[in-house]
Design a binder for this molecule. Structure first.
Ligand SMILES: Nc1nc2c(ncn2[C@@H]2O[C@H](COP(=O)(O)OP(=O)(O)OP(=O)(O)O)[C@@H](O)[C@H]2O)c(=O)[nH]1
Ligand SMILES: [Mg+2]
Length: 465
């Protein structure tokens, strides 16, 4: 059976925040208005096809004293207490006054363990005792989490009280807990109930492996971003008499836009890896004003230069007898060198000097291909890399209980590339120049490996904080 925990407690103490964190879901409703969660809802923690555990988000206790008074009246001895709780739910499940209590007790009657959440930044008070007593009556395995919503520190008095009702008491900061804290908490869950131990320890293993996988997958995304950016180009065929300057300008803008889009796409992919699909991001767009670009003009037709066409023509005497009309009729069916071969045939008929007049699908060989890109600027991959490393750090550390936008300051990205060790920079320079020369994605494993190390170094720095 999948280990299931119901997160229960007073209204507005961070129950939904804890559920969001532990199942890595940013779609759960969280707000500072008490009574936000109205009905119980079960959320599975899934990695690939495995459901590792489930958490039930529940509404807070509303009338615990009344419930406890009823339970006490209807119970004869301690051995009938869990049954009495079941009887309460059966009796009051359609009563509006006890809707919240019935909602939170139902999953416990169904076999869930208890995670009781309190706010350790506020003093302890007797008003919590009825809640804790009811939970004790259910007889379910119980653990208390002291969350810290404000500045105060009443952890010790809470601990003294909670220890009397709960097998395990832990301080757990819902909003700032990172992956290692969450995994630590799962290990405590495993202590709570022997029957869940194998599944939960397995869950811990799967999560630990998944953490490493996330770094690997992120490295792949960033490597592919850099490769695409280093090889990005724009080109357009124009007729002989067209002024190239405004077109080059447009192509340059299109290239910059493409680079920004590549970056945004990589951002989304990284956020997806860390299950932050709904993130709102506030970041300054990449400054690409002064980028140094390659630009060139060449005459070509369907990807073949004039000399290629003439060369292939020399070898294709077989088509020399075909008329132009026949050739045009068939041109749409032909590609690349076949077209070259046919034009070659034509050049054999008309002589290469007249080739400029021959039109194929409306284009002449005197049309020019205007090219912009790739970007020469040696800083480009480092700008992208720094920004990607910073974004990865923010996203990988981001707790799923946070609902505010992710803010990225462009200035703080700058120091990241300065911190890359010189030896690594040399290796990167070499890889970047190879990618530029080859002009296509080589699926560069060396690049992925270096980026993975840079991502992991970031992680180490975090753990030392
Ligand atoms: N600073 C801080 N705020 C927190 C923490 N946990 C929860 N909050 C805030 O406390 C408020 C209540 O959080 P919820 O998770 O909605 O609380 P809840 O217990 O589910 O509330 P109900 O559904 O109304 O019973 C929200 O504004 C949270 O952002 C925390 O660890 N630190
Ligand atoms: Mg809630």
């Amino acid at each position: 059976m999948t280990p299931t925990f119901a997160v229960v407690g007073h209204p507005n103490k961070g129950k939904s925040s804890i559920v969001s964190t532990l199942v890595e879901s940013s779609g759960i409703q969280i707000s500072n208005i008490p009574g936000t969660t109205v009905d119980s809802e079960t959320y599975p923690m899934r990695i690939k096809d495995n459901v590792l555990y489930e958490l039930v988000d529940t509404p807070g206790f509303q009338r615990p004293r009344k419930v406890l008074a009823w339970l006490e009246k209807n119970s004869k001895s301690a051995d009938d207490r869990p049954q009495t709780v079941a009887k309460f739910v059966e009796t009051y499940q359609h009563d509006k006054n006890f809707h919240d209590e019935c909602e939170l007790l139902k999953p416990l009657l169904g076999g869930a363990g208890i995670l009781y959440v309190v706010d350790g930044s506020k003093p302890y008070g007797v008003e919590y005792e009825a809640e804790m007593e009811i939970l004790r009556w259910t007889g379910r395995p119980r653990m208390a989490l002291i969350n810290l919503i404000g500045e105060g520190d009443y952890i010790e008095e809470w601990r003294t009280a909670l220890d009397q009702y709960f097998a395990i008491v832990r301080v757990f900061d819902a909003m700032h807990a990172d992956a290692s804290k969450r995994i630590g908490l799962l290990k405590s869950f495993a202590e709570l109930n022997e029957a869940w131990q194998p599944s939960l320890l397995n869950a811990v293993n799967i999560l630990e492996v998944d953490q490493i996988q996330r770094y690997k997958r992120s490295a792949k995304v960033i490597a592919s971003l850099l490769t695409s950016a280093l090889t990005a180009k724009q080109s357009k065929m124009v007729a002989e008499d067209v002024d190239p300057a405004p077109i080059i300008e447009k192509l340059t803008e299109a290239l910059k836009e493409n680079l920004r889009k590549l970056e945004q796409k990589a951002r989304k992919e990284i956020e997806y890896i860390y299950r932050h699909q709904h993130i709102e991001r506030k970041e300054s767009t990449m400054e690409l004003l002064a980028l140094d670009l390659f630009s060139s003009e060449s005459s070509e037709l369907f990807g073949l230069s004039k000399s290629q066409i003439i060369t292939s023509g020399a070898a294709s005497g077989a088509v020399a007898g075909l008329g132009i009309d026949v050739m045009l009729g068939g041109a749409s069916l032909l590609l690349g060198s076949s077209i070259g071969a046919l034009i070659g045939g034509v050049s054999a008929l008309f002589g290469s000097e007249k080739l400029g007049k021959v039109k194929v699908l409306g284009k002449t060989l005197t049309d020019r291909n205007l090219n912009v890109g790739p970007v020469k600027d040696v800083n480009l991959p480092y700008i992208l890399l720094s920004r990607a490393l910073m974004h990865h750090q923010l996203v990988s550390e981001r707790n799923h209980a946070i609902r505010e936008a992710l803010v990225m300051e462009a200035e703080s990205a700058q120091h990241i590339s300065q911190n890359i060790p010189d030896e690594t920079k040399k290796q990167l320079d070499k890889i970047f120049s190879t990618i530029r020369q080859r002009g296509y994605d080589t699926g560069n494993k060396a690049l992925r490996d270096i980026i993975e190390v840079l991502l992991t170094e970031n992680m180490k720095a975090d753990m030392q904080k």
